[in-house]
Design a protein around this ligand. Structure first.
Ligand code: GTP
Ligand code: ZN
Length: 355
């Protein structure tokens, strides 16, 4: 596959940045990272590249500095036929998943995404809490979230489900479509207009691969037979960037199951603007909305204007975000301690009393 940089989703800020890159370096976009190598799409087609020394040093200091799907990079072609990623260009947006049981840094799943489609099958019935969780992750990334309810051919009342889902996803459009029979696919296709980059998030079996295939008009991805209990088989281990024949780029991340939130909590506030606005009217700035007097959140629960279910999932997600923040703090403190030990050791070495 070869394409212009525009067809690979080049945006104006990245284009500006590339102006200052030395001529011997070749720009490209990362389609996939596996086995310590990146598959990079360039205007001359795909290449496989390893990391440069400088990039390895940067990764040692910060794992997020490593290339991920969607990154713009510059490559060096060596006389001995090796190809290395020299550097990763600044990311416009980044979808970050907190690592399960790992470091508190979080893992960048995809970058430079314009629109995130949270793909949810209408069968089995959509899990609202899960959608809220995906929404927080999506808002945090800087990309625009959209909910895509698919498999509409299997239900009669897709529009009323869409209305319920819209309540859980304020600020996001909710689209209804069927990848199998076609209705609603034009609205999905419009998400990649102008060579935009669309990332698909969603549980295993939600219908992501089927959407990509419908957008591409050919079978690019394996569609997995669903298990009898309705859960997907969770087989997609690939993380791919796909350039659609009709224009636009789709990033299909593997089915995400245990998605953690990244620490700042900004995504959470954006996903729950109703509760955030209420909380501003509480008497106490640090109100926990549990037992303080003049709590606007509890008042809204009491008068029924805030659904209890939504309040509960907000409390749960907020606890999770607070936990992540605490963990990041501890990590920072440990790093500072290590830095101090290192500095004091080298001080002692340099100021050793003479024998
Ligand atoms: N009836 C109907 N079935 C669909 C539709 N889209 C997907 N399916 C079916 O749902 C199942 C799962 O679809 P996939 O596209 O493989 O789901 P996925 O989200 O890619 O799943 P993972 O690869 O596990 O992440 C398959 O059996 C599809 O045939 C649709 O629009 N209508
Ligand atoms: Zn309160």
């Amino acid at each position: 596959m070869s394409a212009t940089l525009q067809a690979l989703g080049l945006d104006s800020s990245t284009a500006d940045f590339l102006q200052s890159v030395p001529e011997e370096l070749v720009p490209g976009r990362v389609a996939r990272v596996d086995k310590g190598l990146a598959t990079v799409f360039t205007t001359d087609g795909p290449v496989r590249a390893s990391w440069s020394g400088a990039l390895l040093t940067a990764i040692a200091a910060d794992a997020q500095a490593g290339p991920c799907t969607g990154d713009w990079v510059v490559l060096r072609f060596w006389p001995d036929d090796r190809i290395t990623v020299e550097s990763v260009l600044p990311r416009r947006t980044a979808i970050v998943r907190a690592e399960v049981g790992g470091s508190s840094r979080g893992q960048v799943l995809a970058s430079n995404v314009d629109v995130i489609a949270i793909v949810v099958g209408l069968v089995p019935e959509p899990n609202i809490v899960r959608i809220e969780r995906f929404m927080a992750l999506a808002w945090e990334s800087g990309a625009r979230p959209v909910v895509v309810l698919t498999k509409s051919d299997l239900v009669g009342d897709a529009d009323s489900v869409a209305e319920d889902v819209a309540l859980a996803a304020p600020g996001a459009d909710v689209l209804v479509c069927s990848a199998t029979t076609g209705p609603g696919m034009d609205d999905v296709r419009a998400l990649v207009a102008g060579d935009a980059t669309l990332a698909l998030l969603g549980s295993s079996g939600a219908g992501k691969s089927s959407l990509v295939n419908a957008l591409a008009g050919v079978e690019l991805l394996d569609v997995q037979d669903i298990r009898e209990d309705g859960k997907g088989r969770h087989t997609s281990v690939r993380r791919e960037l796909i350039v659609l024949p009709s224009g636009g780029i789709v990033i299909d991340t593997p089915g995400l199951r245990g998605i953690g939130l990244q620490e700042s909590g900004e995504g959470l506030a954006a996903a729950f603007p109703d509760i955030t606005a209420l909380a501003e009217r509480c008497k106490f700035k640090d109100c926990s909305h549990v037992m303080e007097p003049d709590c606007a959140v509890r008042a809204a629960l009491d008068d029924g204007s805030l659904p209890y279910r939504r309040y509960e999932s907000w409390v749960k997600l907020q606890r999770e975000a607070a936990y992540m923040a605490r963990r990041a703090d501890i990590r920072l403190r440990n790093e500072m301690k290590k830095e101090w030990v290192r500095a004091s050791k080298s001080y002692r070495r340099d100021h050793k009393p003479r024998p």
